[in-house]
Design a protein around this ligand. Structure first.
Ligand SMILES: NC(=O)c1ccc[n+]([C@@H]2O[C@H](COP(=O)([O-])OP(=O)(O)OC[C@H]3O[C@@H](n4cnc5c(N)ncnc54)[C@H](O)[C@@H]3O)[C@@H](O)[C@H]2O)c1
Ligand SMILES: [Zn+2]
Length: 348
């Protein structure tokens, strides 16, 4: 069972976890950015051996994992050691897998330093690496000893990375309630209040934790967390195939708009909330440009999504914020109609 700490001060929280664990070695895993921007702000790790991996999803590979296993050996890690993953989703995914497999599993703590990491990657037990050009193809479910979530390190995070993580919060808010949703729509990216963000993060994480606890290995309900992602992944893949990648969260934000259109068409989701979402996404994420000539390509990508079965497009849809239905089969005609409305809403 993971203990989740929503913490004003990461260092103090980490100290208490380390003291309670009787570890022989505590090792920090960072990438070059978190080594520079974050590690100096965690004094309890000042004397810890540090393993550094190169940043970026392109480096979430078997070669990097091998390097971490070798470095763990070099640092003298044993079953009684602790690995502290200090970074975004790349560090927590790869570090979690390294810890879960080294000597059949050592303890690890995730300290997410990106908003996406805090709201999504660090909690939930999924670890892994990309393999054979496939995202997260190899991995294990492994539970961190603790996850320490804080907003302490977000000030140095590039704005695009911040917004990318915020899209996952928006998703959680829509899965949760009308109140959560309208609170997030009032968020001001130009003037971030990190204290109230921490409270919003807490609500957001509770949504994910509630769903994951009921379905830890993704047999059913956890598919709710895929909301916005069936279409979002298709946008992300299209952009990537064209050599023009977009941040994951941006694709999710645009995907949310299309899937809320589908929710309106198929489940009677209220149109006023659809308009509010579309305006917020357009204002803060811009638009993903498509024409009707792209529809078949996008539908093809959705049919091949790893969450789809036998070529059927599967979406999580909402009757209202907080009223979730999973496993909805959506026809290509409905997707085309929804993409038409998306383009109208986005003015393209
Ligand atoms: N396990 C899961 O359930 C899950 C869920 C969602 C995403 N993921 C994975 O997470 C990864 C994406 O995570 P991410 O968006 O955090 O990317 P990331 O780890 O690549 O971090 C983004 C960038 O921000 C830098 N950075 C991190 N913290 C910083 C800070 N405080 N200040 C300045 N720069 C900082 C990083 O070095 C990197 O360059 C993907 O590999 C994805 O597959 C996993
Ligand atoms: Zn996502």
């Amino acid at each position: 069972m993971t203990s989740l700490h929503i913490a004003g001060n990461v260092d103090a929280t980490l100290v208490s976890i380390i003291e309670g664990g009787n570890y022989n070695v505590v090792i920090a895993l960072v990438d070059e950015n978190t080594r520079e921007q974050v590690l100096p702000h965690v004094p309890c790790l000042r004397k810890a051996p540090v393993i550094e991996i190169p940043s970026g999803d392109d480096n979430k590979t078997l070669a990097t994992l091998t390097q971490v296993w070798q470095d763990l050996e070099r640092c003298g890690a044993t079953r009684q050691s602790l690995l502290v993953n200090l970074g975004g989703g790349v560090v927590t995914d790869l570090g979690g897998m390294a810890a879960a497999t080294f000597k059949r599993g050592i303890d690890f703590v995730n300290v997410p330093t990106t908003l996406l990491g805090a709201v999504d990657a660090a909690l939930g037990g999924k670890t892994g690496i990309n393999f054979n050009s496939l995202k997260n193809e190899i991995g294990v479910f492994a539970t961190p000893r603790a996850v320490i979530v804080s907003t302490e390190f977000f000030a140095t995070l590039p704005r695009e990375e911040f917004k990318s993580g915020f899209a996952e919060m928006l998703k959680h808010a829509m899965l949760d309630s009308c109140d959560s949703f309208s609170r997030l729509l009032a968020f001001d990216f130009e003037n971030i209040d990190y204290e109230s963000l921490l409270a919003q993060l807490k609500t957001s994480l509770q949504v994910k934790q509630r769903i994951v606890e009921q379905d830890p290995t993704e047999q059913g309900l956890r598919k709710a967390l895929n909301f916005g992602h069936t279409v979002g992944h298709a946008f992300e893949s299209k952009a990537l195939n064209e050599g023009n990648p977009v941040p994951h969260g941006y694709a999710v934000a645009w995907g949310l708009v299309v899937e809320v259109v589908l929710s309106h068409m198929m489940m009677d989701f209220p149109s006023s909330k659809l308009y509010s979402l579309a305006r917020f996404v357009k204002d803060n994420y811009g638009v993903f440009h498509i024409t009707c000539d792209h529809y078949d390509e996008l539908i093809g990508l959705m049919q091949h999504d790893k969450k789809s079965c036998a070529g059927e497009i599967n979406c999580t849809l909402l009757k209202e914020c907080g009223e979730v239905t999973i496993n909805n089969t959506v026809s290509p005609e409905s997707i085309k109609a929804a993409l038409d409305i998306y383009r109208d809403l986005m003015g393209i």
